[in-house]
Design a binder for this molecule. Structure first.
Ligand code: KIV
Length: 286
């Protein structure tokens, strides 16, 4: 809250200033109702390209388009007041070079109202990050396991093991040096994530990384048990809403088949009375 009592919206500099401070709480959202639920509890709400797998049933994030991110970004914008809104740049929207990245980021910011974008990559994306940051686009970077590179990695394996650790450290240092205000570290060994967090000057946001990171992020549908196609080791389930939803749907189906729903309290007029006898008076009133 500000001195005047209004809600202060988190900004990229606010996030950067949390380096080494109170842990940053981050979750994903793809819709207005979910954005409303997570907003007051989170510092950052990410419209992740995980939306492709979680909501659209795609086999990976590779089929997600800029238009999909804009549609979900607009929906989330309507549900946020406090958290910093970050939208993922989808595969194919930024890799050609800095100019393409700027065009895509500018569309995301102008059409969704987000304050920052996220893109995947380390040393290979440093020039792009530098270019777009210099033109008013705050960037959250993403290194370690970068799901858009699933085919290059040959799967969703832990990254930065053994000799690859130095490459992951260089990636994190490069995006920090290029001007990113924070960096997601996904699926890297815990000691490596801790070491990187101590080495770079911007907040690290861990997912399958380390409690020592400056913040944590999870896919909300994963932690609520709503997305059940697979369950990564790094996900802690805080609820089993998928199971609860299925039980509720089964109960509804039973009630309809056995004519227990709708009941008297769900209908209008005098239930069961012949309409010619004046049972229905009209309007919302019973
Ligand atoms: O797409 C996404 O939701 C993400 C987070 C898991 C970091 O990139």
């Amino acid at each position: 809250m500000s001195a005047a009592g209004e809600l202060k919206t988190m900004t990229p500099p606010d996030v950067a200033a949390r380096k080494g401070g109170a842990p940053l709480v981050c979750l994903t959202a793809y819709t207005t109702p979910m954005a409303r639920l997570v907003d007051r509890h989170c510092d950052i709400v990410l419209i992740g390209d995980s939306v492709g797998m979680v909501l659209h049933g795609l086999p990976s994030t590779l089929g997600v388009t800029l238009d999909m991110m804009i549609l979900h970004g607009k929906a989330v914008r309507r549900g946020l007041e406090r958290a910093l809104m970050v939208v993922d740049m989808p595969f194919g929207a930024y890799e050609e070079g800095p100019e393409q990245a700027f065009r895509s980021a500018a569309r995301l910011m102008a059409e969704t109202g987000c304050a920052a974008v996220k893109l995947e990559g380390g040393e290979n994306m440093a020039a792009t990050i530098r270019f777009v940051c210099a033109r008013g686009v705050p960037v959250m970077a993403h290194v370690g396991l970068t799901p858009q590179a699933v085919n290059k990695f040959g799967g969703y394996r832990v990254q930065g093991r053994g000799e690859d650790a130095d490459k992951t450290r260089r990636d994190a240092a490069a995006v920090a040096e290029a001007g990113a205000f924070a960096v997601v570290l996904e699926k890297v060994p815990e000691p490596l994530a801790r070491r990187i967090t101590g080495e770079i000057g911007i907040p690290t946001i861990g997912i399958g990384a380390s409690p020592a990171c400056d913040g944590q992020i999870l896919v909300t549908d994963d932690m609520l048990g709503l997305f059940t196609s697979f369950r990564p080791k790094f996900v802690k389930r805080y609820a089993e809403l998928g199971e609860q939803a299925e039980a509720a749907i089964a109960a509804y189906a039973r009630d309809v088949r056995e004519r227990r729903f709708p009941a008297v309290e769900h209908v209008f007029g005098e239930a069961g009375r012949d309409i010619d006898a004046g049972g229905v008076k009209g309007g919302e009133a019973a």
